[in-house]
Design a protein around this ligand. Sequence first.
Ligand code: NAD
Length: 495
Amino acid sequence: MELVKHWINGSEVASASGRKGDVFNPALGTISKQVDFADIATINSAVEDAKRAFTLWSQTSLTKRVQILFAFRHLLNSKKEELAAIITSEHGKVLSDALGEVTRGLEVVEFACGIPHLLKGGYSEGVSQGVDVYSIRQPLGVCAIISPFNFPAMVPMWFFPIAIAAGNTVIIKPSEKDPSATNFIAKLWKEAGLPDGVFNVIHGDKVAVDRLLEHPDIASLSFVGSTSIAKYVYENGTKNGKRVQALGGAKNHMLVLPDADLDLTADSAINAGFGSAGERCMAISAVVVVEPVGDQLVEKIRERMKKLKTGDGTKGSDMGPLVTKVHRDKVASYVDAGVKEGATLVEDGRNATVDGATEGFWLGPTLFDHVQPSMSIYKDEIFGPVLSVIRVKSYEEGLNLINSHQYGNGTAIFTNDGGAARKFQNEVLVGMVGINVPIPVPVAYYSFGGWKSSLFGDSHAHGTEGVHFFTRGKVVTSRWLDPSHGGINLGFPQN
Ligand code: NAD
């Protein structure tokens, strides 16, 4: 069976740990590969190589770095179908969605191609007699990136293009559930001319993450995953003196006002609720509808759900399987819980007809109505194709519900009332807001990140916050001595 190995200093390496994980094809329900789990010695050697490469790469001219970024962008663009197929085979999402993920990642590479402009500092001439001040931004060193299963290409690309463009070297620890995409990307970097040791991939589990958290030569950690682990990474990384941004889980609400176009709203609820089988951190999982339009909206969503095709992502389905059997069973257990807790099950994905192998990790689109805020299907992040409708009497009640939830990643309001939308964008306690846009993922030159339990740390991903995260500022005060600077003066200069 194929073994997915680590990528260190420009070549594939297996560790001596003997520990491995299974990688599944979720549409077939079979083990397709195994992935090597790094031991401490393997991680140490990767960090050592990345540290050595930093000395050279950080001193490489901006012009040269940008040429390599452009070459990488060209290769990634020309091979994006190949990468999408790898993603579908391990994650299960449909091919068009996998391609969409690569395209969103490419946007960050394109943003990073503008690094010479983004790194420009300020210059103030003559702040005092013959004294000039200027600011520069410099790279941090070896940056670790720990990513989740749901976007095996896009999420690492939120970080590494900017980190590398700014002169850092990186060690990526992808999810062990779909590890191959990152190795594919590593080979493209090599082909693009990136020096060995600048882009490294370590596969593994908690052992690898814990070593990265404590290794003295790791300068920063960019983590994306569930909230409990994001908090753990943030607390332990910062305790060890590292710069950390840790993006966590989500429960994204769509607030529907009675004046909204209910057909367009129902389309959006379907796309944002069931795209990628609900395994998106920006998926809509709670539709909060202001009465009296609840019945109408639920009926429109239900009609559309009946037309969705669940099946093998390579064969033209709308929605693929869930990533593993364990995850599929966990999501199905939430459907059981919703029924037990008294929500109205409008569509039951447990009985869905599927176009795919019987052993695949299937769960069809599921819709609950009359969900109460006390129910586990409302409180918890389910991360599957389960949409809950909560009915409220007013805008204020809906807003309070959203603001009381522990997560604050994304949200959306659907309305034709510009004043209401403006009030919502101002009052809602969530990091990314859509106005008639159900999945408001910011473009690469803005920054991505949530509030509350959806993000630990001060920096969001990519955009100018990404450039700041991967660099540190230095301010230089300079003068070229001439006789006018002579004399003893123990005070601050006054002019
Ligand atoms: P996860 O937390 O299980 O895993 C994320 C990473 O942490 C993986 O690389 C994994 O190997 C590692 N990990 C797992 N257990 C660990 C442990 N005990 N100690 C240290 N590291 C550990 O998340 P997942 O299931 O891969 O991804 C889904 C989650 O990610 C959801 O909660 C989703 O909302 C979140 N997510 C958030 C965003 C965002 O931008 N906020 C984006 C994508 C995904």
